[in-house]
Design a protein around this ligand. Structure first.
Ligand SMILES: *[C@@H]1O[C@H](CO)[C@@H](O)[C@H](O)[C@H]1NC(C)=O
Ligand SMILES: *[C@@H]1O[C@H](CO)[C@@H](O)[C@H](O)[C@H]1NC(C)=O
Ligand SMILES: *[C@@H]1O[C@H](CO)[C@@H](O)[C@H](O)[C@H]1NC(C)=O
Ligand SMILES: *[C@@H]1O[C@H](CO)[C@@H](O)[C@H](O)[C@H]1NC(C)=O
Ligand SMILES: *[C@@H]1O[C@H](CO)[C@@H](O)[C@H](O)[C@H]1NC(C)=O
Ligand SMILES: *[C@@H]1O[C@H](CO)[C@@H](O)[C@H](O)[C@H]1NC(C)=O
Length: 513
């Protein structure tokens, strides 16, 4: 496998496409079980990795200890995955493309282990051609860096030639930081009852307390390398610049070794986890109310997505809210003891489109015989600071443009070679922008002949990762668990999965008393 670590945009990122299949399984209990069945509800507000991981590890741990378990998953959407979804290119489901991120890395132990357990094959990222650079970093005026081949950042002589010791120092710092993070998987730290405490004990609070810019500066990493390479990575992964995003997320963006994806989509990990959990999965079901009862159980009331009529009441021993509280729209009664703060989330515009045009050299200040890199990441030009502006995109106007793959348009008897592109931006792409990057005359109306297919989506993709030293409680109240606190610490598929595993372990440990 030849993985292009540089193409790690979206590397540990939070979304995976949905498993479109719906499953309504009934859990069969071991009749010989003498212990009372634990009934657990997982509320997937846009059920993500955290929800399916919680279900999977709950089942695993409770089986190991012989505790009968009955998991019910409530999902507001009509499919598993919530905000995570694949889209069929040209509307063809057989030709899926991921709307969000698709890559995870070697240090993502949960994802790697699950891929193995479920026998899912992985692949690296395809390099399209030897023509032109594979990657370029554009600051709105110039390419500050281009790379002709894939491979790790760190294998590239050019990087050292241009930035001296900064790349080496960055690798060292990243490895030390990731090493601390990996202790969160192991005893005596795992399972952790408080994210704030474990982060502090591992020395990670010192990393989340600073902005990426401060952290790199404190560690003697040169400004040029930080601005060109590290900031390009924080922008493509999190749509945030170094003066805003905290040091830990900046380091995570540089941990790209062994970048890979599950063939057919990373969502397969999470759909396999959910299947293995034997949970009853209820789709199109909005949880409207979570009510704590006198016997300390929780009553959950649900509605159909489009009806105001209450469909159902069920009683559970414990409840897991697997999604940001601020977006849950659930009436909790009484109000939980710990209320998570509302924090700003990035509104990321993802645009997928197909075109027969290649990216225009002129739009990127190249001469007409030059080729635009396959993946264009961005940073700010010298002297431009957007640290405090949440959108922060600056003069490039977008975070990344990737030519994903060639694409044959065979609709209506056509047989045209096109290219499939994906753009991350803070605003919708308009015609001026499209005409410019595709090298079309200014103010020209973009026709189907220029852009034959387009799909737009806006996500609340991840929080703005402002520096902070405390994180939300794992238990909002007795028996009411919360996964999304991890999002302000590190927002990735892997960390959400780790949070699910951690909570599952705490729950089962407590059941055993
Ligand atoms: C399991 O949960 C479902 C709700 O999804 C409930 O209808 C069923 O009675 C529960 N089974 C047991 C054995 O508690
Ligand atoms: C969920 O709702 C959507 C549209 O409202 C519908 O197309 C879909 O079939 C539903 N799925 C399930 C599993 O009920
Ligand atoms: C794993 O997948 C490969 C290829 O898809 C298949 O040949 C093999 O039999 C599978 N192994 C197991 C244990 O399922
Ligand atoms: C194009 O690049 C040159 C240097 O390579 C730079 O001086 C100039 O400002 C750039 N032009 C634009 C329009 O960004
Ligand atoms: C089109 O989008 C660009 C940024 O992507 C923006 O600068 C420009 O003002 C927009 N033009 C119109 C006509 O909205
Ligand atoms: C394109 O439109 C803008 C604003 O509508 C105008 O200022 C500009 O002159 C036009 N350019 C051309 C080449 O027509």
């Amino acid at each position: 496998m030849k993985a292009h670590s540089i193409l790690v945009y979206a590397s540990w990122l939070v979304y995976a496409p949905s498993a479109l299949a719906s499953r309504d399984q009934v859990v069969l209990k071991d009749p010989a079980a003498t212990r009372a069945t634990k009934n657990v509800a997982i509320i997937g507000e846009a059920l993500e990795y955290a929800g399916s991981s919680t279900a999977y590890f709950l089942q695993k741990y409770s089986q190991e200890r012989g505790i009968p378990l009955n998991i019910t998953v409530y999902e507001r959407d009509g499919h598993i995955g919530g905000r995570s979804i694949t889209v069929g290119v040209y509307g063809d489901e057989q030709n899926p493309v991921e709307l969000g991120a698709s890559i995870f890395v070697e240090v993502n132990h949960n994802l790697m282990n699950a891929a193995k357990e479920f026998n899912l094959s992985t692949s690296g990222i395809r390099e399209l051609s030897t023509e032109g650079p594979v990657l370029g970093i554009w600051n709105g005026k110039d390419f500050v860096y281009t790379q002709n081949s894939g491979g790790s950042w760190w294998d590239t002589a050019k990087l050292f030639w241009k930035y001296g010791l900064a790349p080496l120092k960055t690798v060292k710092l990243m490895k030390a930081t990731v090493g601390k993070f990996l202790k969160m998987y192991e005893e005596p730290y795992f399972p952790w009852k408080s994210l704030s405490h474990v982060a502090y004990e591992l020395g990670l609070t010192a990393v989340t307390a600073s902005t990426g810019e401060q952290f790199l500066d404190q560690n003697g990493i040169g400004k040029l390398f930080a601005q060109d390479i590290i900031q390009a990575s924080t922008r493509v992964n999190y749509a945030q610049n170094l003066p805003l995003i905290h040091g830990l997320e900046a380091m995570v963006c540089m941990a790209t070794d062994g970048a890979q994806a599950i063939e057919g989509g990373n969502w397969r990990i999470f759909s396999n986890m959910l299947a293995a959990s034997q949970a009853t999965v209820l789709l199109n079901r909005t949880v409207s109310k979570v009510e704590r009862q006198e016997d300390a159980t929780y009553m959950i009331s649900t509605k159909g997505t489009e009806s105001s009529v209450t469909l159902d009441h069920q009683t559970f021993d414990e409840v897991v809210l697997a999604g940001p509280y601020q977006y849950s729209r659930i009436d909790f009664e009484p109000e939980p003891r710990h209320l998570p703060d509302s924090i700003p989330y990035v509104q990321l515009h993802v645009t997928l489109f197909t075109s027969k045009h290649k990216l225009s050299p002129r739009a990127f200040n190249l001469s007409s015989d030059e080729v635009v890199p396959q993946v264009v990441l961005t940073t700010l030009p010298p002297g431009e600071h957007h640290g405090s502006d949440p959108a922060g995109v600056g003069s490039p106007g977008f975070f990344s443009i990737s030519l994903l793959r060639p694409s044959m348009d065979t609709r209506e008897g056509k047989d045209e070679l096109e290219y499939l592109y994906k753009v991350f931006s803070p605003t919708p792409l308009n015609e001026t922008f499209m005409a410019n990057i595709l090298g079309l005359a200014e103010n020209r109306t973009i026709s189907n002949a220029d852009v034959s297919w387009m799909y737009r989506k806006v996500w609340n993709s991840y929080p703005y990762e402002y520096p902070r030293v405390t994180f939300e409680e794992l238990q909002l109240d007795d028996g009411l668990w919360y996964t999304a606190g991890i999002e302000s610490f590190i927002s990735t598929m892997e960390t959400s999965s780790l949070m699910g595993k951690n909570i599952a372990r705490l729950m089962v440990d407590a059941w055993e008393g």
